[in-house]
Design a protein. Structure first.
Length: 301
């Protein structure tokens, strides 16, 4: 197969691992900087041009779209879809998962467990918003934040009001969620490929840090999932229409809940923590599904 990896940097661990895994299985691998792509949008022969040359003959692409480049990155993915190229994650699924509010609403509609979450527009409704999630301590999240950036733990009502007022004063959209104290700074990253969890790791936040992101000094180790957690992770990915996803789960007193989904999950942390060839699983998925031409998105909203 001729496989393209849409990535801004060929030297990134995840990108290199996908290239190596594809090479090992005998495929022709190409790293494409999607910001250098431009498109001819026509009904008869849509094309993607990269550095002056049309990209032709690709069987599949693996989108590795950065959160801040979602709009243009998904436009490039969509163009490949118009060309009939199999995409590991569809453009619509990527956009859907990047909208944190829409993501949570879709998960809730499917009955998937979530932290109690509130959303409002007017600063006049702050007290009601705080009451919805059971009062402080509570977590305030920017809708556009990634890797733990824009996530604040407010331990008192006054602190929560101040943070929410500050964010809304900047016209930033936010979510307010219950703080799951019993998680103790730990969450579980489930790496879903197709209809299976192929690897899972426990991420533990640094001392005094409630966020478990590895980018913020957290540690990781392999963990055994319960059957319920495996089912939740796969259902969450399918709800978004994602074939490849990092599903983050918290263990709470009212069961396991989904914190968020990542449509371009990193491979470094989970491969090192588990010793599993996750990149190889992704290429094997493309071998199976790409050759069958299954490239539809059946999510209702």
């Amino acid at each position: 197969m001729k496989i393209g990896i849409l990535s801004l940097n060929a030297s990134l661990y995840s990108t290199k691992r996908l290239v190596d895994a594809g090479d090992k299985l005998g495929h022709e691998m190409h790293v494409i900087d999607y910001l250098r792509c431009y498109m001819n949008i026509t009904a008869h022969k849509p094309i993607v041009v990269y550095k002056g040359q049309p990209l032709e003959g690709f069987d599949a692409i693996i989108p590795r779209i950065g959160a801040s480049k979602t709009f243009y990155g998904t436009a490039v993915v969509r163009q490949f879809e118009m060309m009939g190229v199999f995409t590991a994650n569809r453009s619509q699924a990527i956009s859907r998962s990047r909208d944190k509010l829409r993501c949570l609403q879709l998960l809730a509609k499917k009955g998937i467990g979530l932290p109690v979450t509130g959303f409002a527009h007017s600063p006049k409704d702050i007290e009601g918003l705080i009451d919805i999630v059971g009062g402080p301590p509570l977590v305030i999240k920017l809708l556009e934040g990634t890797q733990g950036i824009g996530v604040v733990l407010a331990e008192t009502t006054q602190a929560a009001k101040s943070v929410i007022e500050a964010f809304r004063g900047l016209d930033a959209n936010i979510l307010v969620q219950e703080f799951i104290k019993e998680a103790d700074g730990m969450d579980i990253r489930c790496f879903v490929v197709g209809d299976k969890v192929v690897a899972s790791m426990k991420r533990q936040g640094a001392p005094g840090e409630f966020r478990s992101n590895l980018h913020r000094g957290g540690s990781a180790e392999q963990i055994k999932l319960t059957p319920e957690e495996r089912s939740i992770a796969v259902r969450a990915a399918k709800t978004m229409g994602l074939n490849i996803a990092g599903v983050d789960i918290l263990r709470s007193n009212h069961g396991s809940v989904v914190m968020e989904l990542n449509s371009s999950p990193g491979l470094g942390g989970i491969e090192k923590a588990t010793g599993k060839d996750v990149a190889g699983k992704i290429i094997e998925f493309l071998e199976k599904e790409g050759t069958l031409g299954k490239n539809s998105d059946r999510v209702e909203y």
